[in-house]
Design a protein around this ligand. Structure first.
Ligand code: ADP
Ligand code: ASP
Ligand code: MG
Length: 405
């Protein structure tokens, strides 16, 4: 008998019919002889709706109250799923993050999980219950409710699987696994049977929302085996495992894109030591994660720095940058949301010269200008005009023959 953690995303529990379908899948796993802990997201669209409600009342809602509101979405799903399982004559209990004691830090709306207390989970599982836990939420040491950032139910699932030493953490979603590009925009995408933790982490952090970045990080850190698969089919999905020897033969594994990008440029910075430190430590103090950074060559003792942040942080980041700009006597700050990031990811890239050139070539052939570039051992990313991103994803997918094996 094993222990399996299953996570069902918002689209999988969007209607009563789907909740019943999920209940049947969960019960089937239990009947196969496993202990089952389930994590669910809010019904599809609920979190967006709650955010919209908040904005109608206050365009800058306090983060603590935002978490109080957003945490209700998942509570709807856990209760409904438990009811649906009871209807199938199986024992189930729903628990909020606070009831489990999923302990997080205090950073409201993007809290990090510090620890999962397994005592209540163990107790319920040993009573024969299917345990259903609200994703995306936790509690601080001061008993404040927190949420884990958009898509955060994935992290809850991985953290639970790690705490319980689960045999596998299954992420059930609306596609059959991880593909060579977002199946919604690129024709001819292929499902990837297996990926390394590093590859999924790079894909997630460059925009493949099929797994949240923090969840990929957590899975890699604690070596939690993942299986990303469809709620609506029995087909085998994508397994995430430790690095394999064979993957080196795959130069480029996938193309990803991210539209939630804000590009900020601070112009005419005095080109003296300590300026970058001042800017980026001010952003870090506000818990803003900076992605790409580029500094122009110095002209007359002045330089420009452009960087990107996720668009959820765009406005705050621009404000912080404007404050720093005034303090250090820069010329000014410009920020825009109309950009997107396109990336190629692949563990074999590191030993294959010319990969980046081929990416730039494919984008150039589409007549699209590249605004920023960043590279790592297994990823190359470019910032381009958001309106061109889908076309470029398709072109790059073709250029690297990702539609073929
Ligand atoms: P859930 O609500 O189940 O968490 P998400 O919407 O967060 O689902 O993630 C699933 C979506 O991820 C898919 O519908 C797909 O459009 C998107 N996606 C983006 N890139 C990829 C990729 N490379 N492979 C699979 N899905 C991807
Ligand atoms: N309900 C949350 C969101 O929409 C968390 C999740 O779906 O994972 O972002
Ligand atoms: Mg998700």
């Amino acid at each position: 008998m094993g222990l399996i953690v299953q996570k069902y995303g918002g689209t999988s529990v969007a209607t009563p019919e789907r909740v019943k379908h999920v209940a049947r899948r969960v019960v089937a796993t239990k009947q196969a002889g496993h202990k089952v802990a389930v994590v669910v997201s809010a019904p599809g669209g609920t979190t967006d709706h709650l955010i919209d409600l908040a904005r109608q009342v206050n365009e800058r809602p306090p983060a603590r109250e935002m978490d109080m509101l957003l945490a209700t979405g998942e509570q709807v799903s856990i209760a409904l799923l438990a009811m649906a399982i009871h209807k199938l004559d199986h024992a189930a209990i729903s628990l909020t993050g606070a009831q489990v004691r999923i302990l997080t830090d205090k950073v409201h709306t993007k809290a990090r999980i510090l620890e999962v207390d397994r005592r209540r989970l163990d107790r319920e599982l040993s009573r024969g219950n299917i345990v259903i836990v609200a994703g995306f939420q936790g509690i601080t040491a001061e008993d404040e409710i927190t949420t884990l950032g958009r898509g955060g139910s994935d992290v809850t699932a991985v953290a639970l699987a790690s705490a319980l030493g689960a045999d596998v953490c299954e992420i059930y979603t609306d596609v059959e696994g991880v593909f060579t590009a977002d199946p919604r925009i690129a024709p001819g995408v292929r499902k990837l049977d297996v990926l390394s933790f590093d590859e999924i982490l790079e894909m997630a952090s460059s925009g493949a929302v099929v797994l949240q970045t923090r969840a990929a990080e957590y899975a890699k850190q604690y070596n939690v085996p993942l299986h990303i698969r469809s709620t609506f089919s029995e087909a085998e999905g994508t397994r995430i495992v430790e690095e394999r020897a064979m993957e080196k033969s795959r130069v480029v594994t996938a193309v990803t894109h991210d539209r939630d990008v804000t590009k900020i440029t601070i112009a005419g910075l005095p080109d003296v030591p300590g300026v970058a430190h001042r800017l980026f430590s001010a952003l870090a103090a506000r818990h803003i994660n900076v992605d790409m950074i580029i500094q122009s060559a110095s002209r007359d003792g002045k330089a420009d720095i452009s960087f990107t942040v996720s668009s959820a942080d765009g406005e705050t980041a621009a404000k912080v940058t404007e404050e720093v700009s005034r303090e250090i006597g820069a010329r000014g700050v410009h920020w825009e949301n109309g950009v997107a990031k396109i990336s190629i990811v692949g563990a074999g890239m590191v030993s294959n010269p010319g990969v980046a050139a081929k990416l730039f070539g494919a984008i150039a052939e589409e007549g699209v200008n590249i605004q920023l570039i960043s590279t790592s051992e297994i990823k190359v990313s470019c910032i381009i005009d958001a309106a061109e991103v889908e076309r470029c994803v398709r072109a790059v997918h073709r250029a690297f023959n990702l539609d073929r094996l």
